[in-house]
Design a protein around this ligand. Structure first.
Ligand SMILES: [Zn+2]
Ligand SMILES: [Zn+2]
Length: 455
C-alpha cells in the first residue's frame, strides 16, 4: 500500500480526535506541491539527475556544485526561506562546465547575466549585500578539476536560482509542524494537569494516618507500581533495550501490566472506592499518553517520508537538513512522552513510597534514625556513628568531606516522622536491631534483647 493511503487509514483507525486528524501532516497536499517543485526544476534544466551530478562534482572537485540552504534568507519571519545556489565556471558570461546539458547552461547564463545587470544599477537590490564578494568573485586558482583547459582557467560563479514552489512546499510543511507542536503542547498541558490531580488524589487517599483501609491500599499500590515500573512502558532503562519505546512496544508493555494487575487481583484488592477510581484514572492517563505517542510517531513518519520523496525527486538533500532547520520542540524532538513519564514518576508513583528509595546505603535497612548530611545524603544514625569512630571523613556516595562534621543537628526530624508513617514495620525492626547492636557493644557479644537477659 502506498504511504499516503496507509497514513490516511492509520489516522482513521486509531480513533484520534477530529482536531488531531485535522492537524495531521497534509501528506497529499505536500505530494502535489512536490510535483510543482519537480516541474519547476525540470523546466530550468535542473532535474534530479543534473543536481545529483552537481553534488557528485562538488564532492570530487570541490568547486562545481550546489548549495541548498533551507534558511537562506535572513528575515524576521520564523518561516524557512530556502535558497539554491549553484557554482559554475563562467567565461565571458558562458557556462563552460561540460557536464551540464545545453538547456541547463543556457538557463544558468541567463540568471548570471540578470544578476550582473542588477548589480550594475546604482541602487542595490535588497539582497545584493547578502551576495558577498566572497561568493561572487571567487577567483582563487581552481584545483582538482578534471584538468580541461576551459574549466581550470575560468572563475567560479555562484548563481542563485530563483525558485517559487520549494518555498511553498516548506511553508506548508513547516506551518503544519508548528501546528502539531502547538497541539502537542496543549495536550501535554492537559495531561500534566491530570497527572498532578491524580497525584493529589493518591496522596489524600493513601495516607497511612487515614486508617487501616488506607494502609492496606497503600501496600497494594506499592505492588501495583512495582509492576508498573517493571513494565517500563514508555522507557526502558535496561542496558539491552535502553531508551524510548515505540508506540507498538509501549502498547505491548501496557497490556502486560494490565494483565498482571488483573491476574494478581490487585484492583479487586483495593479497599477504598477512591483508590479504585484512582486506578482507573491511572490507566486512562497511560492510554492517553500512548495515544499521543502513536499520533506523534505517525506524523514523524509522514515528515520523514515526504522529505525522502523530496530528495528522491530533486537530489536537494533536505531529509537531513530540514529536521535541524525547523526547530520543532515537540513533534520532531519527541519529548512529550519523556517529560510526562518523568512527571508521572515524581507526582504519582512517588506518592507511594517504595522501601528501596529509603534504605541506608551502607546497611541496606531502612535509614532510621535518619541523619541528613551536608551533602543531602541520608544514612542511618548507627552507620554514621561507625564511620565517625573510624574517623572516615568522606561521604561514601559523593566523597564530600562531611562525615566528621555531622552531629545531632543533622537528625532529620520530618524525614523520621515520614518513615514512621510509611514504613512502620521496617522502622520497628530497625530500632530493635540498633538496640541489639548497641547492647552488644556495651555488654559483649552474648547480649540478647528482651527481659530474660537482665540478670
Ligand atoms: Zn545504615
Ligand atoms: Zn554525600
Amino acid at each position: 500500500m502506498k504511504f499516503a493511503q496507509e497514513f490516511k487509514k492509520a489516522l482513521q483507525r486509531e480513533g484520534f480526535p477530529q482536531r488531531w486528524i485535522d492537524s495531521a501532516i497534509p501528506y497529499g497536499q505536500l505530494k502535489k506541491c512536490l510535483k510543482k517543485v519537480t516541474r519547476e526544476l525540470e523546466t530550468i534544466g535542473l532535474d534530479k539527475d543534473t543536481l545529483a551530478l552537481l553534488a557528485k562534482g562538488q564532492a570530487s572537485a570541490g568547486d562545481l556544485g550546489f548549495h541548498y540552504d533551507l534558511d537562506g534568507e535572513p528575515c524576521n519571519s520564523k518561516l524557512l526561506r530556502p535558497r539554491l545556489t549553484i557554482s559554475v565556471h563562467l567565461k565571458d558570461g558562458v557556462v563552460v562546465d561540460a557536464t551540464l546539458s545545453p538547456a541547463t547552461r543556457d538557463f544558468l547564463e541567463k540568471v548570471a547575466l540578470q544578476k550582473a545587470e542588477q548589480q550594475e544599477q546604482p541602487t542595490p537590490a535588497p539582497d545584493v549585500d547578502h551576495e558577498s564578494s566572497a561568493s561572487d568573485d571567487n577567483e582563487a586558482p581552481i584545483s582538482g578539476s578534471d584538468g580541461t583547459l576551459t574549466t581550470t582557467t575560468c572563475p567560479v560563479r555562484q548563481v542563485e536560482i530563483p525558485l517559487v514552489f520549494d518555498g511553498e512546499f516548506f511553508d506548508i510543511l513547516q506551518n503544519d509542524v508548528f501546528e502539531l507542536d502547538t497541539l502537542q503542547e496543549e495536550e501535554a498541558e492537559r495531561l500534566k494537569a491530570d497527572i498532578a490531580s491524580l497525584g493529589r488524589t493518591m496522596t489524600r487517599t493513601t495516607r497511612p494516618s487515614n486508617g487501616k483501609k488506607a494502609r492496606d491500599d497503600l501496600a497494594r499500590w506499592r505492588q501495583i507500581f512495582e509492576l508498573y515500573l517493571d513494565a517500563r512502558i514508555f522507557f526502558s532503562t535496561r542496558e539491552s533495550d535502553h531508551g524510548a519505546r515505540t508506540a507498538a512496544q509501549a502498547l505491548k508493555q501496557l497490556q502486560w501490566f494490565q494483565q498482571e494487575v488483573l491476574q494478581r487481583k490487585h484492583v479487586q484488592g483495593l479497599k477504598l472506592s477512591a483508590s479504585r477510581d484512582a486506578f482507573t484514572m491511572f490507566l486512562n492517563l497511560n492510554a492517553m499518553l500512548l495515544q499521543n505517542l502513536k499520533f506523534q510517531e505517525i506524523n514523524q513518519l509522514a515528515v520523514t517520508k515526504i522529505l525522502k520523496k523530496f530528495d528522491k525527486r530533486t537530489s536537494l538533500g533536505v531529509a537531513k537538513t530540514f529536521p535541524v532547520a525547523v526547530h520543532s520542540e515537540r513533534l520532531l524532538a519527541g519529548s512529550m512522552a519523556r517529560d510526562l513519564c518523568a512527571q508521572v514518576s515524581s507526582e504519582v508513583i512517588a506518592t507511594v513510597p517504595q522501601l528501596d528509595d529509603y534504605l541506608c546505603p551502607i546497611c541496606f535497612a531502612v535509614a532510621y534514625w535518619p541523619i541528613r548530611l551536608q551533602c543531602q545524603h541520608i544514612f542511618c544514625s548507627r552507620c554514621l556513628v561507625k564511620m565517625q569512630r573510624k574517623s572516615e571523613r568522606f561521604c561514601p556516595l559523593c566523597r564530600g568531606d562531611v562525615i566528621m562534621r555531622a552531629g545531632l543537628d543533622n537528625f532529620d526530624k520530618a524525614h523520621a516522622a515520614f518513615l514512621r508513617e510509611y514504613f512502620p514495620k521496617e522502622v520497628k525492626e530497625k530500632v530493635k536491631a540498633n538496640e541489639l547492636e548497641r547492647g552488644k557493644e556495651i555488654f559483649g557479644p552474648d547480649y540478647t534483647e528482651g527481659p530474660c537477659c537482665v540478670m
